[in-house]
Write a protein that binds this ligand. Structure first.
Ligand SMILES: [Zn+2]
Length: 314
């Protein structure tokens, strides 16, 4: 009897404490809690797209990027925390065009109800050539190397954020406008820089086939690549390597480039066999870690164009 009374008293005291705790807390705590809960949770599939989304979303969103800086989207393996992020998200921004081969499975397995937005949907994709490497998809997913494509993507991101969070529409519009003016300035700069390079020197050989859109937009010729359109492809056969080396020699390409998302061994071998220079690393499918000279999309493009123009001029 006595022990039951004690239990009841304890239960009463505990309930009282819970009620008190609920009533407590300073105004500042409450404000912080409500501003956190107002931020909408958004997922971006990879670092370059994440930078665009963050620029438009600003402090109205809480962004989770699945494939971080320096990591390769083609070979990504999701972890359980990625699944949790998808479940909590309201919106998922993805590149599409076959870049995120792992996303459908991850999305279904997570049970996420988030709206998926493929930011490339309104763009004109480049079809992959039939004689490509085995792992190539139907379309070339590397749209980001053409700044004009990113300008369109920012508009898609802005509209998608406004649709799920109309209360913050003005912020998204203002953020997008400010960022679009940076991208337009970048686009004009790229065109001026590329013009410094005679057309006959605008020839690209890189680790994997990532510069199709860049070439189409800025008048370059993609002579070849070590791998296909994805870094997932197995190393080229001896015969493929011989024909690439012949093409490099035939096109008089002075320099070939490695990339931040793939290992440099293959390009070292190709450069040695073709008797050409191995250029510095280009930032192709991922940003650099924060603090690096390619930690935003704008900086990444400036880095790549500067290296290409400098190395191919020599
Ligand atoms: Zn790629």
């Amino acid at each position: 009897m006595k022990s039951l009374k004690i239990v009841l008293i304890h239960t009463f005291l505990l309930s009282a404490l819970v009620v008190l705790a609920g009533c407590g807390g300073s105004q500042a705590d409450k404000a912080a809690a409500s501003s956190t809960s107002e931020r909408i949770k958004v997922v971006a599939t990879f670092s370059i797209l994440g930078d665009l989304v963050q620029n438009v979303g600003g402090d109205k969103i809480e962004l989770y990027t699945l494939v971080g800086p320096g990591s390769d989207t083609h070979t990504f393996e999701p972890s359980p925390s990625d699944s949790v992020a998808l479940v909590e998200a309201k919106l998922i921004f993805e590149n599409g065009l076959g870049l995120e081969t792992w996303l459908d499975k991850l999305y279904t397995a997570s049970g996420s109800q988030a709206k998926r937005v493929a930011v490339t949907e309104a763009l004109k994709p480049i079809a992959m050539s039939k004689e490509g490497h085995e792992a190539d998809g139907e379309f070339d997913p590397h749209v980001w190397h053409d700044v004009a494509n990113m300008i369109q993507e920012v508009e898609v991101i802005r509209d998608a954020l406004i649709a799920v969070d109309p209360a913050s529409a003005k912020t998204y519009q203002a953020n997008a406008e400010a960022y679009l003016s940076q991208l337009k300035e970048l686009e004009a700069w790229v065109i001026v820089e590329v013009e410094k390079l005679p057309e006959a020197r605008r020839k690209l050989v890189t680790s994997h086939d990532t510069f199709g859109y860049f070439a189409r937009r800025y008048g370059f010729d993609v002579v070849g690549s070590g791998l296909g359109s994805t870094t997932e492809a197995s190393d080229p056969s001896a015969a493929q390597l011989v024909s690439l080396v012949e093409e490099i020699k035939g096109a008089r390409v002075p320099v070939v480039f490695v990339e931040n998302v793939s290992n440099s061994r293959l390009m070292e071998q190709i450069a040695a066999e073709a008797g050409v220079t191995l250029g510095p690393a280009l930032y192709t499918d991922a940003l650099t870690d924060p603090g690096g000279d390619g930690d935003t999309y704008v900086k990444m493009m400036r880095h790549n164009v500067t290296i290409l123009v400098t190395a191919l001029s020599q």
